[in-house]
Design a protein around this ligand. Structure first.
Ligand code: RTP
Length: 153
C-alpha cells in the first residue's frame, strides 16, 4: 500500500552532519521524498508534536532537545513506508538498535537518537498535518520527477 510518513532528523543529527546520510538511506531503499523543510521549533510546537508522551518523566528533556537546534522535517512516500521506515530507523534505544539501522549505526544514547519516524497511519497523518499545514502544495514539484521511469514503482 502506497502511504506517507513523517520523518524528522533531530537536532543532533543535523548538528553532526548526518542529513545526507539519513536521506540517502531512504532514497536508496526506493522511497520518494515528497516534502522537506529545515526549521527550528518553539516549546509549544515541540510539546504538541510529543503530546502523547506528556506524562513521561523524560518529557521536559525531550522537548528541550527537539528545540535545541534546527531539525529537518520530511514527508516520505512509498509502499509500507510507515512500518519499513521504522525498520530502517531501528529501535528507540540505540543500545538495542540492530547494526545496519540508522540508530544502530549512528547513535549511542536514547536521548540523542538522531531521527523520528511516525509509528502508525494515524500518527503519520497527524504529524504531516502539524509539520506541513499547507498540505499537498509542497509536493507539486515532485510530480514531474515521479513520472521519470528510473525506478519501478
Ligand atoms: P520517535 O517518536 O522519536 O520516533 O521515537 P520512538 O517512537 O522510537 O520512541 P518514543 O517512545 O515515541 O519516544 C520518543 C523519543 O523520546 C525520547 N526518549 N527518551 N530517556 C528516555 O528514557 C527516553 N525514552 C524515549 C527518544 O528521543 C525517543 O525517540
Amino acid at each position: 500500500m502506497v502511504e506517507q510518513t513523517f520523518i524528522m532528523i533531530k537536532p543532533d543529527g543535523v548538528q553532526r552532519g548526518l542529513i545526507a546520510e539519513i536521506i540517502s538511506r531512504f532514497e536508496k531503499k526506493g522511497f520518494t521524498l515528497r516534502a522537506m523543510r529545515l526549521m527550528t521549533v518553539d516549546k509549544s510546537f515541540a510539546e504538541t508534536h510529543y503530546q502523547d508522551l506528556s506524562s513521561k518523566p523524560f518529557f521536559a528533556g525531550l522537548v528541550s532537545y527537539i528545540m535545541s537546534g534546527p531539525v529537518v522535517a520530511m514527508v516520505w512516500e512509498g509502499k509500507n513506508v510507515i512500518a519499513t521506515g521504522r525498520l530502517l530507523i531501528g529501535a528507540t534505544n540505540p543500545a538495542q538498535s540492530a547494526p545496519g539501522t540508522i540508530r544502530g549505526d549512528l547513535a549511542i544514547d536514547i536521548g540523542r537518537n538522531v531521527i523520528h519516524g511516525s509509528d502508525s497511519a494515524e500518527s503519520a497523518k497527524a504529524e504531516i498535518n502539524l509539520w506541513f499545514p499547507e498540505g499537498d502544495k509542497m509536493s507539486d514539484s515532485m510530480r514531474d520527477v515521479r513520472s521519470i521511469p528510473y525506478i519501478a514503482r
